[in-house]
Ligand binder design. Structure first.
Ligand code: NAP
Length: 292
């Protein structure tokens, strides 16, 4: 680890709460791999103080920031520009200083895409079922559209929210095949699908919960992605595994959204070996510490 000195570049995370974030650990992995003189600090932003926080960060020449709950949407109004994909998604988790400007990006969608690539889970040409219709689902629906999934099906407890996402995606690409329904509308699920679970159901400590119980669903899907990473294997993943699906949890998404943010901030890229070493260390850190 490089000692902090006058040349240290400062990055950070704006959120509320921020005590449980793994982001400083992840970014330190990149600094260590590349001998980069950087520091990543979580910044607690009290309610009503986001604009002041952004102005302060600008004035202090901060090079880059992540933004987390509850500020991913609100922050957009305080930025100089927002990139097209973040605009479509309607949320921004990464701010990059470009000259004098703070520019907003969304690296959650690309984090999931990079994680899928890393685990050889295909999106292009596949029928993708997204479970849930919250902020992450919207980012993932746009990712599927951008990566040319054959079709997108969004199933959610509140069907109107799934319909709203579908309408946003359609507005960008009229030709996209997109369907919506409730969590029990399993006739919408096509054989050989990739299923991406984006609700909070099954997250620690309520690990016995799962958005879809019916075996019919699991018998139709070949790939199961759960963007939850605690527990390491969710009930949704266990059910998929039992039916022979290949599974992946959300730790890779978390890791690769940070990789992309680091690339945007520094212009540096980690090679394959460095990326793999970092991911292995993150797995050890998260699962040894949180799960004994
Ligand atoms: P969000 O915007 O609040 O959306 C929550 C979704 O969960 C909605 O679709 C909601 O359905 C559904 N839901 C909640 N409780 C439910 C219940 N009892 N039964 C059925 N559906 C239920 O949340 P988000 O920001 O998208 O995040 C969702 C999850 O993704 C969280 O667990 C978060 O930790 C995880 N996440 C992981 C990463 C990563 O890097 N791995 C990144 C972002 C988020 P309704 O619309 O019907 O309310």
């Amino acid at each position: 680890m490089t000692a902090v000195n006058g040349k240290t570049k400062v990055f950070g995370l704006l959120g509320n709460p921020i005590e449980h974030t793994s982001s400083p650990f992840i970014h330190q992995l990149f600094y260590d791999e590349l001998g980069y003189n950087g520091i990543y600090n979580p910044f607690f932003v009290p309610e009503g103080e986001l604009e002041n926080a952004i102005l302060g960060m600008k004035g202090l020449s901060i090079k880059g920031l992540n933004v987390t709950v509850p500020y991913k949407v609100e922050v957009m109004e305080f930025l100089d520009r927002v990139d097209a994909m973040a605009m479509h998604i309607g949320a921004c988790n990464t701010i990059v200083r470009e000259g004098e400007d703070f520019v907003g990006y969304n690296t959650d969608w690309i984090g999931l895409k990079m994680a899928c690539d890393h685990e050889s889970i295909p999106i292009e040409g596949k029928d993708v079922v997204i479970i849930g219709a919250g902020g992450s689902a919207r980012a993932i629906a746009f990712m599927c559209q951008r990566e040319s999934a054959n079709s997108i099906t969004i199933l959610n407890r509140t069907v109107e929210k799934a319909e709203a996402i579908a309408a946003k995606v359609k507005a960008v690409n009229q030709d996209v095949e997109i369907r919506t329904g409730g969590l029990d509308e399993l006739d919408l699920v096509l054989e050989g699908s990739v299923a991406i679970q984006t609700t909070s159901l099954g997250m620690h400590p309520k690990v016995d919960r799962c958005p879809i119980e019916d075996d019919e669903f699991y018998s139709k899907v070949d790939f199961i992605v759960d963007i939850i990473y605690n527990p390491k294997e969710t009930l949704f993943m266990k059910k998929g595994s039992r039916h022979g699906a290949k599974t992946m949890n959300g730790l890779g998404m978390l890791y690769f959204q940070a990789v992309k943010a680091f690339e945007l901030w520094t212009g540096l890229k980690l090679d394959k070996g460095q990326l793999q070493r970092g991911l292995t260390k993150l797995r050890q850190y998260v699962y040894n510490e949180n799960q004994g």
